[in-house]
Ligand binder design. Structure first.
Ligand SMILES: *Cc1c(COP(=O)(O)O)cnc(C)c1O
Length: 357
């Protein structure tokens, strides 16, 4: 069976060798040696000054909203994973959806200003499939209207924009290290900010608000990464260069096959060093997508309709009309892309998809 993704696993012996350090210390969580080591290695791998490792990629979004003191309305994208929207609602704010760009698939920056009201406090946008938002334009709008910016950068491990880590942009950026993501710790994630006062606030929030064993800086939650998760990250990290190289080759094969085909592929924003995290194809119609999906399923190949449905249509959100997001959500299919996907299977996937165009 071929799934849309397959978790990269390091050698079990390597994971165990790292875990031994936790056994030696008899210490499994509360920021032990492995979490600290992973944070230091990620800082240097990614080229960032600050990082807080977390237990997943959703709590960082909620913590960012809390730490920035956001209330009222948050402008966001309907084309993302549900965690982007649910975090806004969970924190008691109202998501206001702005439609997406038809080629980059990120929030359409030219439509943001029309959605701003006196209640708007922030923009929470997703760098979709690792493709950066219109960062400069969003920053200018935020400055003009005194809004905070949070980027859901769950897909963005290793992405750079204008030679800088993508995680350096916005007031806060978040990442997911879930097992289905490019770099993973089983479950896991991270918070990033360049602002040192904000970094401290995020840090307290992720650990119950503690600023000592018996004192509290303020309210907090538990989003700490455990030593078991960090050990997985430390075992996976040395493979990332090879992982990226292999994914790049698969993406090149897909690109070559689809460049003249009647199917839309992702347009990467200029200035981006991309991470080959997903391979979405956008069909002309939903019927065509379903035919291709069925044909692939018949061969035990399981691509994923991602993102679907458009988040402005789910039952607990406002129903702002976002025709581009709704249409693309109905026609987008992410093809299998992972380390170990063979050339033969890639060719087979291409043939089946092209056969339905
Ligand atoms: C995976 C993902 C999340 C959530 O991350 P978890 O680690 O699964 O909690 C949030 N946003 C986007 C865009 C994602 O793809």
């Amino acid at each position: 069976m071929i799934n849309v993704t397959k978790t990269f696993l390091p050698k079990q012996s390597e994971y165990q060798a790292i875990l031994k350090k936790a056994w030696d210390k008899e210490w499994l969580t509360n920021r032990g040696v492995l979490v600290k080591e992973l944070e230091e290695k990620l800082k240097s791998y990614l080229g960032v000054a600050n990082i807080i490792a977390t237990t997943n990629g959703t709590l960082p979004l909620q913590i960012a909203i809390k730490a920035l003191g956001l209330t009222g309305e948050i402008i966001t994208t309907p084309f993302s994973y549900v965690a982007t929207t649910s975090s806004i609602v969970w924190e008691g704010c109202i998501p206001v959806f702005v439609d997406i760009h038809p080629e980059y698939l990120t929030i359409d920056e030219t439509k943001i200003e029309a959605a701003i009201t006196p209640q708007t406090t922030a923009i929470l946008a997703t760098h979709v499939f690792g493709n950066p938002c219109a960062i400069e334009e969003i920053e200018a709008i935020a400055k003009e209207h005194n809004l905070k910016v949070i980027y859901d950068a769950a897909h963005c491990f290793g992405v750079t924009y204008k030679e800088q880590s993508i995680f350096k942009y916005g007031d806060v950026s978040t990442c997911s290290f879930h097992a289905t993501k490019l770099f993973h710790t089983g479950e896991g994630g991270a918070l990033f900010t360049n602002l040192s006062a904000l970094h401290h606030r995020l840090f307290y929030h992720h650990n119950f608000g503690h600023d000592g064993p018996e004192s509290f800086q303020g309210i907090g939650i538990n989003a700490k990464m455990s030593e078991l998760q960090a050990a997985m990250g430390l075992a996976v990290l040395p493979y990332m260069t090879a992982v990226l190289k292999e994914r790049q080759a698969i993406v090149a094969a897909y690109d070559e096959a689809f460049k003249k085909a009647e199917v839309q592929t992702l347009k990467i924003r200029q200035g981006t060093q991309w991470n080959y995290s997903y391979y979405p194809v956008i069909f002309k119609t939903q019927e065509q997508l379903i035919k291709a999906q069925t044909a692939l399923n018949n061969e035990q190949i399981f691509p994923r309709r991602y993102f679907y449905p458009s988040l402005n249509t789910i039952n607990y959100t406002n129903k702002e009309f976002c025709p581009i997001s709704e249409q693309i959500a109905e026609r987008v299919l992410c093809l299998p892309l992972y380390n170990g996907l063979s050339v033969e299977i890639t060719k087979k996937i291409i043939e089946i998809v092209k056969g339905e165009l």
